[in-house]
Design a protein. Structure first.
Length: 72
């Protein structure tokens, strides 16, 4: 039960980090009607999501939690 809570916590924090970093860049580019930056930031957001999913699949929950703490 504790392991599932750790994974859920890691996922929520990681999602928040991605939205704050990549999502904010995407919003700014879209607001400025900058098509090139919007496209680039869309791919950056997609890449960040894919990387976090791969990280979650490869790492045991304790490693994922340590990684989250290091990025914060």
């Amino acid at each position: 039960m504790r392991e599932q809570t750790d994974i859920e916590t890691w996922a929520m924090v990681r999602a928040q980090q991605i939205v704050m970093q990549q999502g904010a860049n995407l919003v700014v580019a879209a607001q400025r009607l900058d098509h090139k930056k919007t496209t680039a930031n869309t791919y950056a957001l997609r890449t960040a999501i894919m990387a976090s999913l791969i990280e979650a699949m490869k790492s045991p929950s304790t490693d994922a939690m340590a990684s989250m703490d290091a990025q914060a």
